[in-house]
Each structure stands twice: as structure tokens, then as C-alpha cells.
Design a protein around this ligand. Structure first.
Ligand code: URA
Length: 241
């Protein structure tokens, strides 16, 4: 992969040495179509290609899952205060799944995860890997609604939202999950260990290898840790089959 001047600047800004980066930009990208409609279960609608309104989340197809999330009222306060839910963005057949904490103000306004300053850094991290948020990458959060005042998600909110994330994982079938930051890592791994102890190892979530790294918002405050984040991303890349 030949790096442009802009890419070189971004890598330098991330504290990443420029070796020969593997070009994965075209690898493993499948069309986003081809989802299998839910059928064959008593809870599914009888008609092929449609899903009953009250079907279990674990059998929903993408369209029905998106609608279910959009209408979710499980957390009264979050549902009341949100502008909209933030479902996730990217390639629905991605090998890479990045999971953050929860939408912030900008994400709540635009309906897309990681679109603020932290999101720009995440995009740069993806670019350093030869990726972008629409190809071979899906980005989601532990919570699909913005917590008021950007407070941490409550455990019961994360628990209520988990079946949506789990269904997304089942539909995507990623080869690696990257947990962005302490909250996402602790929530997914059901751990109270600090981030520093969760980094540097291969964990698993739903049978998928999971790597923990710093949240991009933290890296904006502590750019000195970008090189460590790059090590985490290399570890994640090594999980790809
Ligand atoms: N921080 C997150 O964890 N997720 C977002 O979508 C935006 C900021």
C-alpha cells in the first residue's frame, strides 16, 4: 500500500512507525445484502421474508432489528431524552467490529456512532489499518441511546440493550471485536478489572476474539498512549483468520 502524504501525517500523529502495512482494504468485503430472513421458528411470521412484530430479538433480520431498536422503550429515561437511537454503522458482513460505550451529543443528533472528535480519531485509526467505517468494519456501542449529560451507562441499561448488540454480532459474524475503552470492555467481559489489566490479552465474547484498547476520547487527552493503541490494533489484526 502506498501511503499518501495525508495518511503519513495521520500515522505520525498516532505515533505509529511506518513499516509496510498489509493492505486489507479489499479483503473479506462482501456485499451487505444476502441476509437470511427469519423463518422456521414458531415466533417468526408465517410469510417468507417478514418477521412478526413481537418475534424474539435473536431471530430478527437486519430490517426488523433496526425497527425494534428504533422503537425501544426499555429504558424510560433514555427513550424519553434521546433524539434518536444510534443503531451502528458499517459493513454488515465485516470482519472487524468496534464497540464503544454509548452515543454522545453529536451521535444522538446525527444517528451515527463516533462522529465527533473521538470519531475522527477512530477513523484515523481505521485508516492506519487500511480500513474505513464502511468497508470490512462495523461500529456499534454498548448502548444505543445517549445517556443524559454523557454519564456512564447504568448496568441495567447495558443489560437491556445487550440483546440488540448480541443479535448484531450474530448477524455480522465478525472475526474480531475491538472494545473501545474501559466501559465497553468491562461491560462486555463482565469484569471490574481496570483497562490496563484487560489490554494485552485475547478475550472472547460470544465466541469471537475480543481485544481491548483505549477509547479514542481518552487518546485525544493522552496522545502518548496512541502507540500502545496501535499495538492493540495489531493484536486484533492477528486474530483475523
Ligand atoms: N463515544 C462512544 O463510546 N461512542 C460513540 O458513538 C461516541 C463517543
Amino acid at each position: 500500500m502506498l501511503l499518501s502524504v495525508r495518511q503519513r501525517r495521520i500515522l505520525a500523529d498516532m505515533g505509529i512507525p511506518i513499516w509496510r502495512l498489509r493492505d486489507t482494504s479489499a479483503a473479506g468485503i462482501a456485499s451487505s445484502g444476502g441476509e437470511v430472513p427469519a423463518f422456521g421458528s414458531p415466533a417468526a411470521a408465517p410469510e417468507f421474508g417478514t418477521v412478526a412484530q413481537d418475534a424474539a430479538v435473536e431471530i430478527l433480520d437486519w430490517e426488523a432489528l433496526e425497527a425494534r431498536v428504533r422503537d425501544c422503550q426499555a429504558c424510560t429515561v433514555l427513550a424519553r431524552d434521546r433524539t434518536q437511537t444510534v443503531f451502528g454503522v458499517g459493513d454488515r458482513r465485516a470482519r472487524w467490529l468496534f464497540i464503544g460505550e454509548a452515543p454522545g451529543a453529536e451521535e444522538d443528533r446525527r444517528g451515527e456512532p463516533f462522529v465527533g472528535r473521538a470519531g475522527q480519531l477512530l477513523d484515523n485509526m481505521l485508516m492506519a489499518l487500511g480500513l474505513d467505517r464502511h468497508h470490512d468494519v462495523f461500529i456499534a456501542n454498548v448502548l444505543k441511546c445517549r445517556p443524559p449529560g454523557n454519564r456512564d451507562p447504568k448496568p441495567e441499561e447495558s443489560a437491556a440493550c445487550r440483546e440488540y448488540l448480541d443479535r448484531q454480532i450474530a448477524l455480522i459474524q465478525p472475526e474480531v471485536i475491538v472494545a473501545l475503552g474501559r466501559i465497553a470492555a468491562q461491560s462486555l467481559l463482565e469484569s471490574e478489572e481496570p483497562l490496563g489489566r484487560l489490554r494485552g490479552a485475547e478475550h472472547h465474547y460470544q465466541g469471537v476474539p475480543l481485544i481491548v484498547t483505549y477509547h479514542p476520547a481518552y487518546l485525544l487527552r493522552k496522545p502518548g498512549d496512541k502507540a500502545r493503541a496501535w499495538q492493540d490494533l495489531q493484536r486484533a489484526r492477528a486474530c483475523l483468520t
